[in-house]
Design a protein around this ligand. Structure first.
Ligand code: DC
Length: 229
């Protein structure tokens, strides 16, 4: 046994899953994987190529033209999402992709394609992956599963501030509306709906600082790692 574990972080959109996952990965020396970025990259590809969901379902081989990678940006010190060798990190976070990503991620062929890739990444353990179905479908055997939630208003405020910081200007009400709509779609879709895994720990961070969340989650992770050694 490698002594490493996989950590699944699921929950609603804009709960800070990515921030927490990155922090845990950095502290443990694990690989961080943003599975939402993979759904966003597929969405961008379809939008750019003008391919409808019906066309994709009729010809799933189209997905074979999509190569998604995470490359480390030394200057900004974070992993950037690349779609077919082009950095799409900013573009996939904008409203154009956000508006369309839920219907795309509800398509079975898209999920099968990405889940397979995600499972390959986690084969050797030592991965912190955030998403919606990581603890239930991608890594049902993950040694630690965290389910994050927070009120829609606080999540909209955080997402709005994050986008503004990146120079992406949006309307707060539109962000809030998009979050509420995505919650409903992500939780009600028939393919891998967002549900809490039975063995996941709930982390409601409405009234928690980033540091408080990071501390408690790292304690959980270290506890699990110590118990399997
Ligand atoms: O985490 P995010 O908001 O960047 O995710 C974008 C969309 O992708 C979200 O609406 C739900 C979908 N998603 C998913 O269905 N399964 C995942 N594992 C990750 C994201």
């Amino acid at each position: 046994m490698s002594g490493k574990i996989n950590i699944a972080i699921d929950g609603h959109s804009s709960c800070g899953k990515g921030t927490l996952a990155k922090h845990i990965a950095r502290e443990l020396g694990y690989l961080f994987v943003d599975s939402g970025a993979m759904y966003r990259a597929v969405t961008l590809y379809l939008l750019n190529e003008g391919i409808s969901l019906q066309e994709l379902q009729d010809d799933p081989a189209i997905l074979g033209n999509i190569r998604i990678e995470f490359r480390y940006n030394q200057e900004h010190q974070f992993y950037e999402t690349y779609l077919n060798d082009i950095s799409v990190e900013s573009e996939i976070r904008g409203m154009r992709v956000s508006r369309y990503v839920s219907p795309v991620s509800a398509v079975k062929v898209v999920r099968d394609f990405l889940v397979k890739k995600q499972q390959q990444i986690g084969e050797n353990k030592g991965v912190v992956m955030d998403g919606r179905d990581i603890g239930t479908i991608v890594f049902p055997d993950a040694e630690l599963k965290i389910f994050m939630t927070a009120s829609p208003e606080i999540r909209a405020k955080r997402r709005y501030e994050e986008l503004e910081k990146k120079g992406i200007h949006v309307n707060y009400q539109e962000v809030l509306h998009n979050i509420i709509e995505r919650d409903a779609m992500d939780s009600s879709r028939s393919e891998s709906p967002l549900v809490k895994a039975k063995d996941a720990i709930t982390l409601d961070n409405t009234n928690m600082t980033k540091l408080e969340q990071a501390k408690i989650s790292l304690q959980w992770a270290k506890g699990v790692i110590a118990s399997i050694k």
